[in-house]
Write a protein of this length. Structure first.
Length: 355
């Protein structure tokens, strides 16, 4: 990088509180954004929803850009997360995918070698080209203080949906495959690890300033398999990204990992740890390096409830993290019945340091 470029890179970071935290700085008040900040709770999102199905919205740069910007206009969030889905990767690999109203995602399950062989890593770059176009537009459109976040699902969580063929409470078919046909399961995870890293490098080159790995079902695994199927692939992705695009930060979200979260943070090399609703962030803070940024972790149902409880809990989380790098967020996504004015109240509470 020449001198002019490196100066402009640091000038850019200086104006973006979320990027500063990802570099290890304790910014006060902490930057704030919310998982699923673009979603059904917003009337302007519901208005666009009638115009196109979910995958069309993800794959049409006009629509995906507009949906990503909606919560930024309303709340001036510090982070704008690309509007897309973790299941875009299986779709790009060639697996059939439908989002069915009231049911959620439905995929043709991958349960044998023939089904795995029909997937093609070669298709991913071209199939995800519209996502990169969305990121390029967002990089131009966002306010200078807003950090643009790309993302992907972690290999284990994406494999859960691919093998099961949709959502599930326990993902028993997937966990059975991991135990009974480890060669097949490992081949699937390897494919996902490689293509996830490639796809994220593409997102970074298109304008994503940091990326997040969503491992929503990490907590289903016992420790030995957590190390194998969650920590190891995540470490490979983080190493690839750090080597290919030095300086770009990775946020890891091992949901429901409980006591394994600190080990995940230490062993994967992620640059920040996103904490789920059940995590005791003060305890996790004591178990990871003091310079490791933590993200989280207000209960989405407290946000939905609003009122005094919301203000009290939001301040408590913010204040407990004071003095260390912290990004304020929820412990999981915004739920659809959340009143939009509760989100406004939350952002105001986090930013009001007089209280
Ligand atoms: O956070 C954001 O606003 C960015 C966009 C985003 C979506 N999904 C949009 C979406 C992100 C980061 C995701 C991640 C995702 N997708 C995860 C990991 C995070 C988590 O919630 O645990 C998972 C497991 C998925 C898979 C998925 N996508 C499911 C199970 C569903 C259906 C259930 C549901 O919540 O509606 C989706 C659909 C989906 N992805 C919607 C949105 C806004 C809802 C579709 C709609 O309302 O039209």
């Amino acid at each position: 990088m020449d001198r002019e470029n490196s100066l402009s890179a640091s000038a850019k970071t200086a104006s973006k509180p979320l990027l500063r935290v990802l570099q290890g700085e304790a910014v006060w008040p902490p930057p704030v954004w919310l998982m699923r900040q673009a979603g059904r709770y917003l009337p302007e999102f519901r208005a666009l929803r009638d115009k196109a199905d979910f995958m069309t919205r993800c794959m049409t740069p006009d629509l995906a850009t507009e949906i990503t910007l909606q919560p930024i206009r309303r709340y001036a969030m510090d982070g704008a997360i690309l509007f897309s889905d973790i299941l875009v990767l299986p779709w790009a690999l060639g697996q059939s995918l439908d989002f069915v109203e009231g049911t959620g995602p439905v995929l043709e399950p991958i349960r044998d070698r023939a089904a795995l062989a029909r997937l093609s890593a070669q298709r991913v770059a071209e199939a995800t080209a519209p996502v990169r176009e969305t990121l390029r537009r967002l990089a131009q459109a966002l306010p200078s203080a807003t950090t643009l976040l790309g993302f992907a699902g972690s290999p284990f969580t994406v494999a859960c949906y691919m093998v099961e063929g949709g959502g599930s409470r326990e993902f028993a078919v997937t966990r059975d495959m991991a135990l009974n046909d480890p060669a097949l399961f490992d081949a699937l995870l390897d494919l996902l690890t490689e293509t996830t890293a490639e796809m994220l490098i593409g997102q970074i080159d298109a304008g994503a300033e940091a990326v997040m790995l969503f491992d929503s079902w990490a907590g289903l695994l016992p420790p030995s398999q957590f190390r194998k199927h969650v920590i190891a692939p995540t470490r490979r992705i983080v190493e690839r990204l750090h080597t290919a695009r030095p300086g770009v930060k990775v946020i890891g979200f091992p949901r429901l990992a409980g006591v394994m979260a600190a080990e995940y943070a230490r062993e994967t090399g992620v640059d920040a740890l996103a904490c789920d609703t059940g995590a005791d962030m003060a305890r996790i803070a004591a178990e990871v390096p003091a310079t490791l940024p933590l993200q989280g972790n207000l209960d989405p149902l407290i946000l939905k409830a609003g009122g005094e409880a919301l203000t009290t809990e939001a301040r408590a989380i913010r204040d407990a993290m004071r003095g260390r790098p912290h990004i304020f967020n929820l412990g999981h996504g915004v739920v659809p019945p959340t009143p939009p004015e509760h989100v406004a109240a939350l952002v105001e509470t986090v930013r009001d340091v007089s209280a």
